[in-house]
Design a protein around this ligand. Structure first.
Ligand code: G16
Ligand code: MG
Length: 218
């Protein structure tokens, strides 16, 4: 039986994925590297360093230059998220968090971002969470299962009793690798082997989620 729910942050509870894109676009433009919204799709949910590696491709940069570019992108991102508020929560997010809490489920964030705490504070949802696992929690980023396993351990719940909400291929791979149940959010093309796919969190409740998982004989 499911006892815990782990939410990815960017692209699941909030729309900050747009700001990650804008920050990378600015950096790429400054470096004269071709980049666009479509190329950004491949970066969805992956770590800052892995994202930069995909952007630079086989162009030669020193480790020092790589560090500087990661920092520059992050400064742009932090600037962009300065003014986010609860209005940046995606539709249905707050009512689902409240509904899950009332139903007695434990709730965690499992985000690859080192800015997750800042974003969560600005969104004003810190009181609705039991655990925050972020870009500082483990060494190996998604698609490794480590971050979600860490979140489950912190919740005190077995991986098979957790369901993960993810919007990115790397995160879905990580959650499946952790042996968890997976709800993919958004476009089916990028959600691979998620057990269930939903277009949004709107009107979702614990009861409806359980009904969807009933086919898996949980
Ligand atoms: C997020 C974003 C990614 C970002 C990564 C690292 O992950 O989806 O675009 O590259 O975190 O973020 P930062 O540079 O702030 O450490 P998630 O797991 O919340 O989707
Ligand atoms: Mg995400």
């Amino acid at each position: 039986h499911i006892q815990g729910v782990i939410f990815d942050l960017d692209g699941v509870l909030t729309d900050t994925s747009e700001y990650h894109y804008q920050a990378w676009q600015k950096l790429a433009d400054e470096e004269g590297i071709p980049f666009n919204r479509q190329a950004n799709e491949a970066l969805r949910g992956i770590s800052r360093r892995a994202s930069l590696m995909l952007i630079i491709g086989n162009r030669k940069y020193s480790e020092l230059q790589i560090q500087e570019m990661m920092e520059r992108k992050n400064n742009y991102y932090v600037e962009l998220i300065e003014n986010i508020t609860h209005n940046n929560l995606l539709p249905g997010a707050v009512s689902l968090l409240d509904n899950l809490r009332v139903a007695g489920l434990k709730i965690a964030i499992g985000s690859a971002s080192k800015n997750a705490h800042l974003v969560i504070e600005k969104l004003g949802i810190i009181d609705k969470l039991d655990v925050i696992a972020d870009g500082y929690s483990v060494q190996k980023p998604k698609p490794a299962p480590d971050l979600f396993l860490f979140a489950a351990q912190q919740l005190g719940i077995a991986p098979q009793q957790c369901v993960v909400f993810e919007d990115a291929a790397a995160g879905i791979e990580a959650a499946l690798g952790a042996g968890m149940w997976v709800v993919g959010m958004g476009q089916p093309e990028r959600l691979g082997n998620a057990h269930i796919i939903l277009p949004s969190l709107v009107d979702l409740t614990w009861e409806k989620l359980q009904a969807k998982f009933r086919d898996f004989a949980l």
